[in-house]
Design a protein around this ligand. Sequence first.
Ligand code: GLU
Length: 315
Amino acid sequence: MTSSPNHRPGPTVGRFAPSPTGPLHLGSLVAAVGSYAMTKRSGGLWLLRMEDLDTPRVVPGMADDILRTLEALGFSWDGEIVRQSRRSAAYEAALERLLAAGHVYPCGCSRAEIARAATAPHDGEGELAYPNICRHGLPPGKELRSYRVKVPADPITFHDLVMGEKSFDLARICGDFVVKRADGLFAYQLAVVVDDADQGVTQVVRGADLLSSTPRQILLQRLLDCDTPTYAHLPLVTGPGGAKLSKRDNAVSLVAGLDLAVRGGELLLAALRFLGQEPPSFLAGAPGAEVLAWAAASFDVAKVPTQSSPLHDVR
Ligand code: GLU
């Protein structure tokens, strides 16, 4: 089944949703620039959400560093910042609805049990497809650990504004997936769907590392009767020769000692070129806010490449 994007009246609502598990990095900078430019190009609202849900991975001080870095780069956002750490009641309510409708079930399997029972990883990310052991009730002797959502047998198909037509067979890729974890935390997939719906988000622009999360989120939107936003997944920033960038080499942060008042504009120009845009030469040396104003007026999604590549580093 193909998901048709919503056509709700009113402005485009985009968002940037960093996780404060480290400083902003080149990849998240590209996501911020892309989502800001695409939202503002259509006269929309650009929201900021701090994805501090996974508390064991949150690094103290990073949320603040990310916000101050964005400001120093010249970004400004609309409305209040939403923090996932304060939204447990909304996630709980969604879980209750899914449980009551029979879409979600308690699971008693540990990681080790799943590794023994599952077939080899399918999607190249090392993910094991859960063989749906507890789907029809907790087997005797097992205790509740997590909650999983039932995935359909048919693939989920959607149109991505950058990557084109995409289809994912969730049953094969991941099986029934976790919406509330064994440590009691809500899973990213559920939280994002609830937040995007509650914030009225109509357009999701983010890195292609989250492309395989999109069919999971579309499934949850359908089960929760939420509209499906439009999606644009941006190419990933790699090191030379396609190598994965280390977090350290990658940091774009005030804490990392970067003088954004001086280098911010250049960094944004590099991010825009990485996204296939052709900013005019008179912007060389311009402050970040001016570069962003150009991007908001001129960004063309049709020029964004699909392939990951290195970003010419100007730091
Ligand atoms: N918090 C996620 C990240 O920093 C982004 C989630 C999203 O955009 O949906 O990678």
